[in-house]
Design a protein around this ligand. Structure first.
Ligand code: G16
Length: 535
């Protein structure tokens, strides 16, 4: 029986692949995440699910083992669909059902999924094979969980290919290339080649006296450190020089994009001089934020919102200069965490429409692909740009002497369209700053952030907090939203919202106010409310 087989497989490496957990797990914002020690059976089942999905579509599917910005002792697993995008929602539901099945229910779930596989094969022109690409980041538990994924995938008879240590976006990119070779070459080398060629071409022969090629990079002690060194090795040193920090210490500990974004302070181990441009990756290098020390010695943050505004401005001016004004739908996609002033700047000053969707790259990506040029970024630094085939055809078939068309073509190669990618986004930001002849202060000055505050609140059960679709209002527990609105009025101004995290066992609080202190006071008051309602 399947239970016997799972026991046998688990016993061979002492992982115990049976379900030892008594609480429900759900496929959250970015897959399953929890303490790594609880994960072997989850990853085994996700490996099996990915194998079945690959056979259903007859394509390559990705499995990434990472808990991104979360602490070292956590880990997680998520599935990447064929075009490098997040897993479709109905398979997220299957994943949750599969992972929560009791051991003696596993056979029935596999049988149900096998049925979907057969239906897929009936619709396919030839018998689809399918395979699974798996990669992991630098956590101690990664290799061990990778082995569980392999067992799960092979358990359902699908080919498993290990890509080893990669950043999360490199796995997304490789899956896309494997299924769509016109996109690029699967694997690390193809990725470095494509990005570095585009960067070198976009930046050469540009005289930019206000741009300083020196950058200080905080790698969150994660996989981005070694991978970005490889990428940088292919970049012309006349164009960009990087001083690396936090390469090998404790993962995400007092450093990295999440730390810098939430605390708005310098990561440990990085002591920047005034005006020096600095950037932070997160643990698996899918998020990027910038910062610098201002003339008062304070840390000034340039987060995902400011990166989005920078990119939107560049693309819009290149599209205009290329003679394509008004021919394509361009738009930005944000979440409720977007700073109010960034939304106002993009929408009212740049005249680019802005859509607001729930947290999670999958929501932003889906909204962005409805546009010809969809710029999507979460404030936490996770984002990218996607282009329609119509737009790509127009820029590749247009007049090849038009330098702006050429720039736009190279830009589509520089950005990793499959998902938010810290390494690719960093090269994009550096390219735009050089092309604009801007210092970090020039970029920072495009708009002033509204004062804001973000907190995490630990509660007994975060799932009791429920929100409207766009997460701007809380629907449960009843009464919380009303009291929150009273607090906002009593506070004199601003806005506030709460939502349960999909990656950590916390409720998140976000506020904006008249000044930093005012936003903080409001956030603390809302946090108390959350504790009261979730007690
Ligand atoms: C993941 C998701 C992001 C999301 C973040 C926080 O990022 O990919 O889209 O913003 O989690 O989500 P939540 O607020 O639900 O915990 P990462 O970098 O951790 O993979």
């Amino acid at each position: 029986s399947i239970v016997k087989e799972l026991t046998r497989l688990g016993n061979t490496d002492h992982t115990g692949l049976l379900n030892p957990i008594d609480r429900p797990l759900s496929y959250g914002t970015a897959g399953f995440r929890c303490l790594a020690t609880d994960l072997p059976f989850v990853v085994f089942r996700v490996g099996a699910l990915a194998g079945l999905r690959a056979r259903q579509l007859g394509q390559c599917i990705g499995v990434m083992i990472t808990a991104s910005h979360n602490p070292m002792l956590d880990n997680g697993v998520k599935v990447v669909d064929p075009m490098g995008e997040m897993l479709v929602e109905d398979w997220e539901v299957h994943a949750t059902e599969f992972v929560n099945a009791k051991d003696d229910e596993v056979a029935a779930v596999i049988e149900k999924l096998e049925h979907l596989v057969k239906e897929g094969q009936l619709n396919a022109s030839e018998t689809p094979q399918g395979k699974v690409f798996c990669a992991f980041d630098t956590r101690d538990s990664s290799q061990y969980l990778h082995d569980a994924a392999k067992k799960g995938c092979e358990f359902v008879g699908t080919e498993f290919v290990s890509l080893g240590l990669l950043t999360t976006p490199q796995l997304h990119y490789s899956v896309r290339c494997e299924n769509d070779p016109t996109f690029g070459m699967a694997g690390e080398l193809g990725y470095y080649e494509s990005l570095s060629n585009a960067f070198n071409a976009l930046n050469k022969n540009i005289d930019a006296p206000n741009y300083d090629k020196m950058l200080v990079l905080d790698c969150a002690n994660g996989v981005g450190a070694s991978k970005f060194r490889k990428l940088l090795g292919r970049i012309d040193s006349e164009l960009l020089e990087v001083e690396f920090t936090n390469e090998t210490g404790s993962l995400n500990y007092k450093c990295g994009a999440d730390f810098v974004k939430i605390l708005r302070s310098f990561p440990e181990g990085l002591d920047a001089a005034m005006g020096v441009r600095c950037a932070s990756f997160d643990g698996d290098a899918d998020r990027l934020v910038y910062f610098y020390r201002d003339t008062n010695g304070f840390c000034r943050l340039l987060d995902g919102d400011k990166i989005a505004a920078l990119i939107a401005g560049f693309i819009q001016s290149e599209v205009d200069a290329a003679g394509l004004t008004g021919q394509f739908k361009i738009g930005a996609v944000q979440t409720a965490y977007a700073n109010g002033n960034s939304t106002a700047y993009i929408r009212d000053v740049m005249k680019i429409p802005v859509d607001c969707v729930p947290t999670g790259v999958k929501h932003l990506h889906h909204a962005a692909i409805k546009l010809d040029i969809g710029i999507y970024f979460e404030a936490n630094g996770h984002g990218t740009v996607v282009f329609s085939q119509l737009f790509k055809d127009a820029i590749s078939q247009g007049d090849q002497d038009n330098v702006h068309l050429k720039k736009l073509q190279l830009f589509t190669k520089l950005i990793n369209e499959t998902v938010g990618d810290a390494m690719s986004d960093l090269l994009v930001v550096e390219t735009i700053l050089r092309n604009n002849n801007w210092s970090v202060e020039d970029w920072d000055a495009i708009y002033e952030d509204a004062p804001s505050c973000q907190l995490k609140v630990e509660v007994k059960d975060r799932t009791v907090v429920k929100t409207t679709w766009d997460e701007t209002e809380c629907t449960h527990p009843a009464g919380l939203q009303k009291e929150m609105e009273e607090l906002i009025i009593a506070n004199g101004a601003g806005r506030a919202f709460v939502r349960p995290s999909g990656t950590e066992d916390v409720v998140r609080v976000y506020t904006e106010g008249t000044c930093e202190e005012n936003a903080k006071v409001l956030a603390n008051a809302v946090a108390h409310l959350v504790q009261k309602y979730c007690a």
